[in-house]
Ligand binder design. Structure first.
Ligand code: E4P
Length: 217
């Protein structure tokens, strides 16, 4: 499973990238707004840090507008992945952009049939929003399972990018189902390493080691 980080916070991205944990980055208009920076400037800085795909989202709602914005965003760096919404215009833009060799992430997916359309439009990634579905009182993970089945049935190459991840358990379940990628907020990504028995075991080993008075280096 590939790990993308879901943020436009350059400090967090640099830290996770230095750990060797990042395969890519996803941003969205809300995350860019939260960063308080210009989309072009912050996205360029992210692309300079991470070599994998960096999703930058269009904000136009019509096909022509999306294509104009995609042209500007594409110039930022070679690893830009254009993010388009799951609308008819978004799918049309997806088809045009991927036919032209661009990577496209189709976002705001909440149903298996939407994911089917995105695959048919040649999407590089489909982003089902797990947490937001859970918020509606429905198990978002079932959507990941449905999309996995459909994509496998027809051998679609579109990668399932589990998005709106809120918990460590979301990451585990998405991995068990076979999502190709999880895009995870920085704090949740770091929380994946935590286990109380790891901490307890380490404390015990170090206490015993201190009694020996030895040093390795
Ligand atoms: C994905 O690309 C989105 O940026 C993100 O996962 C949305 O998550 P949220 O529902 O926590 O805003």
């Amino acid at each position: 499973m590939k790990f993308f980080v879901d943020t436009a916070d350059v400090k967090e991205i640099r830290e996770l990238n230095d750990l060797g944990l990042l395969d890519g980055v996803t941003t969205n208009p809300s995350l860019v707004a939260k960063s308080g920076r210009s989309i072009l400037e912050v996205t360029k800085e992210i692309c300079d840090i991470v070599s994998g795909p960096v999703s930058a989202e269009v904000t136009a709602l019509d096909y022509d507008g999306m294509m104009k914005e995609a042209a500007v965003l594409s110039k930022i760096a070679d690893n830009i992945c254009i993010k388009v919404p799951l609308t008819l215009d978004g799918l049309k833009a997806c088809k045009a952009l991927t036919s032209d060799g661009r990577k496209v992430n189709v976002t705001l997916c909440f149903s298996a049939t939407q994911a089917l359309l995105a695959a048919k439009a040649g999407a590089t990634f489909i982003s089902p929003f797990i947490g937001r579905i859970d918020d509606m009182g429905v198990n978002g993970m079932e959507l990941i399972a449905e999309i996995r089945t459909i994509y496998d049935n027809y051998d679609f190459r579109t990668e399932i990018l589990a998005a709106s991840i809120r918990t460590v358990n979301h990451v585990k379940e998405a991995a068990l189902i076979g999502a190709d990628v999880a895009t995870v907020p920085p704090a949740t990504l770091k929380a994946l390493v935590k286990h109380p028995l790891t901490d307890k075991g380490l404390d015990a080993f170090l206490a015993d080691w201190a009694k020996t008075g030895q040093k390795i280096a």
